[in-house]
Structure formats: C-alpha cells, structure tokens
Design a protein around this ligand. Structure first.
Ligand code: ADP
Ligand code: MG
Length: 675
C-alpha cells in the first residue's frame, strides 16, 4: 500500500517497482512531486526573502496551500534558523502529530519523527537533540515559557492557525512579542516571529505586532456551488446521512465527500449508519470507505484518512472542525456542513464551563465550504437555511473571551505577570479575570486577589500541566493517604476516554464492564477498570481490552500520563500512599480539588450546582444515573438541548463544610437535609 495522500495518486493505477526504481524511491519521488504542486511552492524564494528581511511577518493563505508543512522546511533549506530550533504551534494535538509525521516523511533520508522533525504535545515529547523543526501544541509552548521566558532554544517561532484564537495562542502572542523585544535589548540571539493563518482580521494583528508586514499568498480555488436547506432542520445528524446518500446515488465514485459534525459520538454514529446503509442492496452507488477524524483517535488511525482508496470506491470522511483548516485531505468534491461545532465555554455568570454544541460562525462556514474546491470545482450542502447563515456570528469569539481563565492566570503568575497588566491582542472580560483570581485564591495559589506572586503552594500547582483543580487533588492526596488512587483518577481525567461504546454494540459493551461499576460513581468505576488492567499480564492486555470494550491505546496512554505526573509529584516531595479499599478517603480528596464542581439533588431528578445555582441533570451514561445521590462532584458539563453533568462521584453532605469550609461559607451553603 502506498501511504501518500493525493487525489490523483488514488486514481493512478498502482505503485511498485517501475524501471528498477524501488518502491521507497518512488514513494519519496511522489511526495516531492506533491510538494512542488502545492500553491505555496511557486512563492518559495519570495517567502524566504521576506522571512529573512523581517523579524515579524504575517502569512496568509488558503487552507491546504502548504503553509504548515512547507514554510518550516523553507526556513531550514535557506538556513535562516541558524543554530536554533524552529517551533510551529498548533492548537490541536492531533494536528501537531499528523503534520509532524508528514513533514518527517517529506524531509526524507529515512529519518523518522523525533529526529530532525519532531513534536511535543502534552504528556508526549517526540523530539531529540537533533530536532530542528518542532511542532508543538500552543499549550505546551506556553509551558516551556515558564522555564525559559525568552524561549532561547528557538530562533524562529511560528504561531500557526492564528485565526483559531485559542487561549494559549492568544497568550503566546504576548509572550513571543515580549521575548523578541527583550532578546533584542539584551543583544541575545534574535527571535523571528511568524504568524500564519487561513483567514483573519489582518489589520488588527499587524497593528498589535508593531505594524509588521503581511503577505497574502494566492491560492488556487475553484468555484463551489453552495446549497442551503429550504427549511430549518431539527436533526442535522440524520440529515448528514441522508444528504450523503443523495450524493452517493449520482456522483462518480472518485468524488470524495467530507462531512462536518461535532464530536466523537456523533461521528461514530454517523459512520456506523453510512457503513450499514451502504451495504444495503437496495441502496444505489459504488462501495464506500468511511473514515473518521476527531481528537480522541489514535494517530495512526488519523493518518489513515490520507490513504488513497481503491479505484471505484468512494471515500467519505466524517470529521470535527479539525478538517476545517488544520488538516487538509485531497480529493474532496463534496462537503456536507452540519453548521454545528462543539466548543468549550465558560459563563462567569453561572460559573460553569461546558462543552456546548452550537452554531459555527460565517467564517467557519466559508472555510468548510472551501474544502470542496481544492482541486476542481465542488459542491457544498449546508444543512441550514440562508437566513440561519446570515444570523450566524461573523467570526468565532476568541476563547480568551469565553473560557475559564484560572489555568492561564496561574501560568502567567508563574511567569511573574499579572493578567490585568498583560499585553493582550484582545483583553479578556474583567469578570472572568476576577473569577479566575477568586478561584486561585480559594485553591490557595495566591494570598489575595490582588497578589502578583504565587504562594509556595501556588508555585507547586503551576508545575503541573493540568487544570489547577486537578493539580490540587494530587497535592492534597497525602492528607488523605490516597496518592496512588488520586494519581490514577487524575491521569484518567487528563486522557481521552478509555471506554469504547460502539453504537452498534452499546448494550454489549456496557454489560461487559458492569462488574467494575461502583455505586460511588464514574471516577471510582474508572479507577476499578484501571486497577484491573494493571493486574493483567502483558500478554493478555489486548484480549482483555477487547473483551471489556476498552480503548487499548488510550489506557496505555493513561499509564504514561500517570508516570509523568508521578515524576512531577516526586519533585514536589509528595509521599506515595494508598488508601486501599477506603474509597471515602479518595472521594474526600477529589472534593478537596473539585469543591467548586458540586451539585445537589433538587427536584424532579434535577440537580442544582451549588456555586451558581444552575439546573442540570445527570448524564444518562453515568453509572449513578437513576440513583439520585444527594450530592455529586462532576468533572464535565455537557450542554446540548439540556445541561448534563458527566463523570461523577457521590458525596456525603457533611463533607462539604469539613473539607472546604471557606468556600462553602462564601457561597452561603447550608445542607438542605433530605428531600
Ligand atoms: P496549510 O497549512 O496551508 O493549510 P498544509 O501544509 O497543512 O497546508 O498542507 C499541505 C498539503 O499537504 C495538503 O494538500 C495536504 O493534503 C498534504 N498533507 C498534509 N499532511 C499529510 C499527510 N499526513 N499525508 C499526506 N498528505 C498530507
Ligand atoms: Mg496549516
């Protein structure tokens, strides 16, 4: 199988030994030809010249034109990076990994990822001393800045996907701008900064970066025929499947289809339905190969979407917004846009951070549409009406203006910066900043909300690549003698889900894991699963995972995360301990970090969050769904049409005042006794 991704390659006959050239040579030659066909390639010398000449540069071009994969290589080819490294940030770990793999492949010489080209994402560092081109999530580069404020190991920093405006990228704008200035003042090695994006409000950015030059690179785009629905739709998921089969009936098999949905569950369900229906003898159309693309997927599976499908087979890719700009797949002729996206947002008024499924912005809609016109003209079906489109926001709201800021606020304090004095591209709302300082004070990270210094405890909190609430759980575990258990739960919560719930075998998967279920809730259930896993002999892991519908890669990753967190804990002198079967100790310890996430049974099976009195319900997937415990800690709020609490641990009411007295006093909490 040839692993390269190219729409034309797919239609070519086959690869193999041709005229004595070995397969690997052919493959490498092919990859180099693909590179040269990228729109950005013809601007190579101009780009190199501009980068050489300017210390800060903004580069704009169509998604898929080759910015992320080529520009770092242009820089190394022209030796602009000198002795230093090049960092290229990506908002998503998926993108960082897949792009690094691709660039390593292009770079060739039989080198693999981690050599000349590497990547660093949370809990995974695939770089070495030799690494010159390093793809890194924006969150990880920000962490690096804590230890090295001037980012001295880098001579070039590329902040990619700037239009996404993630909280970490936004903070990095200020950090690199400052580092560049200070390095200049102190006569240190200069730092080049490149901002890259597919779309953005250029003037705003250029102004912020001291009126730096902006390059627009012409891409190639073909006309796209856009269709809206006549009526608003209730069920976009079903509509995606239906629209796909309308296309499938008529279009030639070489026309690939890209569907945008919001997350793993929706995507897997949709994939399952398409696979089933495509096999139905009454459904017309060629064979179908379905690929999925979302964050929780193993890297190798993600890379599979680039594989060419056999001649006469239609490829359909069902993706989250990853495929909007950060990952480009060739051969797409049709796009089906649900018009929805899952985003994390924080509401200072309700105190809740939730994963919310909401409408995309018009800019996002246009990016999605654009994916159909990369190689020839295309067609886009928007599963919303024209007036719904016109009511969408023009662009998405920067994350900094809607997210919980406590984690970033802590990191800035670790850098000696008070958030209110930081040079932001766009300032966060004052009430979110205040909420963040309030939270850090309650966690014990600062003395008062005016502090510009961290307490010794706060300094420890900042050492963990975790939400400060989770770091607090680890740092307090010794008081409850449950370090081992707390570490496992935090590692589980910091990784992608270990549970597999294939839509086609939902009941079977739940039954297979029933023996692990705990009446204390989901965290303890996950802990039970993990402990069982640790007792499985190495040779049986695969079977055991299959038997219990456990995602093997993710559970192995949890073990890795656990080890890394353990190292940091060691440096913080946290003694190892275990509470054995005394799970109350662990439940109390979880409360010590997550006291802000407590909800109380209200009425009609509803729960009310203690902090901001928000009405919610227990998610049906929870093991305590239907049990109606009086008090629960939750780690996730999911908002669809209703607001759900996910991942719970049950609590005893009298623990609240015992474990976080200041907090519960501050919100005037009084136990309501029995209902
Ligand atoms: P941009 O950053 O401008 O959006 P990229 O550099 O990400 O563009 O992508 C350039 C091209 O590289 C795309 O056409 C894409 O299909 C191809 N590409 C990226 N990753 C892979 C991969 N893992 N396998 C094959 N092709 C890839
Ligand atoms: Mg890119």
């Amino acid at each position: 199988e040839n692993g390269c991704a190219n729409g034309n390659a797919k239609r070519a006959i086959s690869f193999g030994t041709i005229n004595g050239v070995s397969l690997t040579d052919t493959k490498q030659k092919n990859i180099q030809e693909q590179r040269q066909r990228l729109p950005i390639f013809e601007h190579k010398s101009k780009i190199i010249q501009l980068i050489r000449k300017n210390k800060t540069l903004i580069i704009l071009s169509e998604a898929g034109s080759g910015k992320t994969t080529q520009i770092p290589q242009f820089i190394t080819a022209a030796k602009i990076h000198d002795e230093g490294r090049i960092a290229i940030t990506q908002p998503r770990r998926v993108a960082a990994i897949s792009v690094a793999m691709r660039v390593a492949q292009e770079h060739g010489n039989g080198l693999s990822v981690g050599d000349y080209v590497g990547y660093t994402v949370r809990f995974e560092d695939v770089t070495s001393k030799k690494t010159k081109i390093k793809f890194v999530t924006d969150g990880m580069l920000l962490r690096e800045a804590i230890n090295d404020r001037l980012l001295l190991q880098y001579s070039v920093i590329i902040l990619d996907e700037a239009h996404e405006r993630t909280i970490h990228t936004d903070v990095l704008f200020g950090i690199v701008k400052k580092a560049q200035k200070v390095r200049e003042e102190r006569n240190l090695a200069p730092l080049k900064v490149i901002i890259m994006s597919a779309t953005m409000d250029v003037d705003h950015f250029a102004q912020y970066f001291n009126d730096c030059p902006v390059v627009y690179l012409e891409g190639r785009t073909y006309p796209i025929n856009v269709h809206f629905t006549k009526q608003p739709l209730e069920d976009y998921q079903t509509a995606c499947v239906a629209t796909f089969f309308q296309i499938h009936k008529q279009a030639p098999p070489s026309d690939d289809v890209l569907i945008f949905l919001t997350g793993q569950e929706e995507i897997e369900t949709c994939a399952h339905q398409i696979r089933l229906l495509a096999k139905d003898p009454e459904v017309e159309g060629p064979p179908v190969k379905v690929y999925t693309l979302y964050a929780a997927q193993p890297g190798t599976q993600q890379m599979a979407v680039f594989n060419p499908t056999p001649y006469g087979t239609r490829k359909v890719i069902i993706s989250t917004n990853i495929a909007e700009t950060s990952v480009t797949i060739s051969g797409i002729k049709y796009v089906i846009d649900s018009g929805m996206v899952k985003t994390r947002s924080f509401h200072p008024s309700t105190g809740l951070e939730s994963l919310k499924i909401q409408r995309i912005s018009r800019e996002q809609a246009d990016q999605r549409t654009g994916r159909a016109g990369r190689e020839s003209d295309g067609i886009c079906y928007r599963l919303y009406t024209r007036s719904q489109f016109e009511l969408m926001n023009k662009s998405s709201i920067p994350e900094i203006q809607k997210a919980n800021l406590s984690s970033v606020c802590l990191q800035l304090l670790a850098l000696g910066i008070h958030m209110l004095n930081f040079d932001f591209l766009d300032k966060p709302p004052l009430e979110s900043v205040e909420a963040a300082f309030q939270e850090l004070k309650l966690l014990g990270a600062i003395e008062s909300i005016e502090s510009t210094n961290l307490t010794p405890f706060g300094k420890k909190l900042a050492k963990f690549p975790l939400d400060p609430k989770y770091a607090k759980i680890l740092l307090t575990a010794e008081n409850y003698g449950c370090f081992k258990e707390a570490l496992t739960v935090v590692a589980l919560l910091s990784s992608e889900s270990i549970l597999l719930n294939p839509p086609s075998r939902r009941e079977q998967s739940q039954l297979s894991r029933q023996k692990f279920n705990s009446g204390y809730g989901d965290h303890i259930t996950l802990l039970n699963i993990y402990m069982a896993f640790e007792n499985i002999g190495k040779d049986n892991v695969k079977n055991w995972c299959q038997e219990h519908f456990i995602n093997m890669r993710n559970i192995l990753y949890v073990r890795e995360v656990k080890n890394q967190l353990k190292e940091i804990c060691k440096k913080c002198d946290i003694p190892a301990s275990s509470c054995g079967g005394d799970i109350d100790q662990l439940r109390k310890c979880l409360l010590a970090g997550l006291y802000m996430n407590v909800a109380e049974l209200h009425k009609d099976r509803q729960y009310i969050t203690l902090d901001k009195r928000q009405l919610t319900q227990i998610h049906p997937s929870s093991v305590v769904h239907g049990q109606l415990p009086h008090y629960v800690i939750f780690t996730e709020v999911v908002q669809t049409t209703k607001c759900y609490l996910r991942d719970l641990t049950t609590l005893e009411g009298d623990w609240l005042n015992e474990i976080a007295p200041d907090y519960f006093k501050s919100i005037n909490f009084r136990s309501n006794g029995h209902i």
